[in-house]
Design a protein around this ligand. Structure first.
Ligand code: AMP
Ligand code: MG
Length: 350
């Protein structure tokens, strides 16, 4: 299949013919990759079961892993849900469009192929002009998981989508580097007390400020591979680079010393070694391929560059990556949730 790649600049989004073409592909049951503020999505008509199935096929995604339905208009929530609780309306008013996904009981129009067989549906309104225009042109309901081959880090640049899906889908919309770089926070409203199923840019504290009590899926807190997370996708070994990732946690100077020792050992054993540091520390690592993920004074930069860096190490055939630990105040929990998974929970404490 030929893949058309469309590059956008900020002033080429309004009334864009290419977005209309992309919308037509979606209305006719095809798939299109597009940027959102979190990561790139692989979109298809959420109300068309065969279109949803194409997403699973293109990604190699397990069929029990439900898709998030993206809308561009709050009124459209009514069509795909049975009931929207007051608290959810409050969160939507505060955080939509934005990196928050909410789960509701689904209405009949949403096929089980979209929800991985569940009677609930996950919904989000993304905060990105290309995504919003595409949803409108595409009929209002776009099912879209991250636009990567299952198991690879989520794409934060169109180049990542091209690498994974070129030749497998008809069109990729290129909006440059995404703003946030981590997948949305997921809150489940299908239970009495709302529950966070996946941490993201919108933190528990931010949600509590608006609606009071929220719980966190106990599976996330235990940070173990045992039991079942409520979001089926969280059980898969996601976000993984090809290299082995090992996190080193502790007082900064000791972390640097430990990483330098580990790097030397691995290099002596003939391995290609990568290091993830920050703007503040990367000069302290004399050996191996060193990358700064961002600055500790602006945690958003760390989130934005994580997946990009993991993919760069793959390109450079790095076999083992040592990384600093980033338990930053606001989104540190979301960042570490992804990093711990990518690392298979391997942490060295110093
Ligand atoms: P992705 O779009 O690739 O970020 O994956 C979507 C995430 O949302 C996966 O972890 C899914 O398991 C989760 N999800 C989507 N729909 C539901 C649902 N109805 N119930 C629970 N989790 C869901
Ligand atoms: Mg994904």
């Amino acid at each position: 299949m030929e893949t058309i790649i469309v590059k956008f600049t900020e002033d080429t989004i309004q009334n864009n013919e290419k977005i209309k073409t992309a919308g037509k592909i979606i209305r006719e049951g095809g798939v299109v990759a597009f940027p959102t503020e979190t990561v790139y999505g692989l979109g298809a008509d959420a109300l068309n079961s065969r279109a949803s199935q194409k997403i699973y096929a293109a990604k190699g995604r397990p069929s029990d892993n439900p898709l998030i339905v993206h809308i561009s208009n709050i009124e459209d929530l009514r069509k795909i849900t049975i009931e929207v609780p007051e608290k959810a309306k409050k969160l939507a008013a505060r955080f939509w469009p934005g990196p928050l996904t909410m789960i509701f009981e689904k209405s009949e129009v949403v096929p089980l192929e979209t929800t991985g067989g569940l009677q609930t549906v996950a919904v989000r309104m993304p905060n990105h002009p290309i995504a919003l225009a595409l949803i409108q042109e595409g009929g209002g309901f776009i099912a879209a998981p991250s636009a990567n081959i299952s198991g690879r880090p989520s794409p934060t640049l169109a180049e990542h989508v091209i690498f994974d899906l070129y030749g497998r889908i008809p069109m990729i919309l290129d909006g440059g580097l995404v703003g946030i770089g981590l997948e949305s926070t997921i809150v489940d409203f299908s239970e009495e007390i709302p529950m966070i199923l996946r941490p993201g840019y919108i933190t528990k504290e931010m949600i509590q400020e608006v609606i009071g009590e929220v719980r966190v899926d106990p599976w996330l807190v235990a940070a173990s591979e045992e039991g079942h997370p409520k979001a089926p996708g969280m059980k898969y070994k996601h976000y993984a680079p090809k290299a082995q990732l090992i996190l080193v946690s502790g007082v900064q100077e000791r972390v640097q010393k430990k990483i330098n020792n580990l790097v030397k050992e691995a290099m002596e054993a003939g391995k290609q070694v990568g290091i993830i540091g920050t703007d503040e520390t990367y000069l302290e690592y004399p050996y191996g391929i060193v990358k700064s993920i961002g600055t500790r004074t602006d945690e958003d930069t760390i989130a934005r560059h994580l997946y990009k860096i993991l993919r760069e190490f793959d390109d450079q055939k790095v076999e083992i990556i040592y990384s600093e630990y980033f338990l930053t105040p606001k989104i540190g929990q979301a960042i570490m949730n992804r990093m711990l998974k990518a690392a298979g929970q391997q942490v060295i404490e110093v």
